[in-house]
Design a protein around this ligand. Structure first.
Ligand SMILES: Cc1cc2nc3c(=O)[nH]c(=O)nc-3n(C[C@H](O)[C@H](O)[C@H](O)COP(=O)(O)O)c2cc1C
Length: 157
């Protein structure tokens, strides 16, 4: 049954070798556990679009850095949705998680510039991790998912 105060959390990820995908799944599970009042939609960037952004109250993004840039699949999602986001004023709170190989800083820089262009608001410190995610990294993803869900429910965003 849908609750009247239900909030919608969109989690979008791009992942080629599975790291960001598994972290996005961990965040989604933690968000669902944190509050049953949050409806979580977890989508690959290739499957996500403006309708998903319009549906959500907040968006959480996971992707790697490739060739010193935002991974192409996530960039494609942002490219496809940019004009509709502006035209429909789909301004959303967001958090970002980048699991990269050895850097990730330029992917974050590029993403933040795009997010600013979309008038999205960053609601937590961006997270960059490198290499194969270990338990600690999975905990970070879970904490982020749970905190975002809780933030939506208590209305701090
Ligand atoms: C084509 C390609 C380019 C990459 N370029 C970078 C890079 O510029 N900086 C970096 O930190 N990692 C780079 N990596 C490593 C990935 O970011 C890293 O393996 C990441 O954790 C993969 O995430 P995924 O398993 O979700 O696909 C690159 C990987 C690929 C396949």
């Amino acid at each position: 049954m849908t609750q009247t105060n239900q909030k919608h959390l969109l989690i979008v990820y791009h992942s080629q070798s599975g790291r960001n995908e598994s972290l996005a799944y961990a965040a989604a599970a933690a968000a669902r556990d944190a509050d049953s009042g949050v409806d979580v939609r977890l989508l690959r960037a290739a499957e996500a679009g403006t309708r998903d952004l319009a549906w959500c109250d907040g968006v959480l993004l996971f992707f790697p850095e490739n060739f010193g840039a935002i991974a192409g699949g996530m960039k494609d999602f942002l490219d496809r949705t940019f004009y509709p986001v502006i035209n429909q004023q789909v301004y959303r709170p967001y958090s970002v998680f980048i699991c990269s190989g050895n850097d990730g800083s330029n992917a974050l820089r590029q993403f933040e510039r795009i997010a600013k262009g979309c008038s999205w608001r960053c609601v937590s410190e961006p997270i960059i991790t490198t290499g194969v995610p270990d338990t600690e990294v999975f905990e970070k993803a879970e904490e982020l998912g749970a905190a975002f869900a809780t933030g939506l429910i208590i209305g701090v965003f």
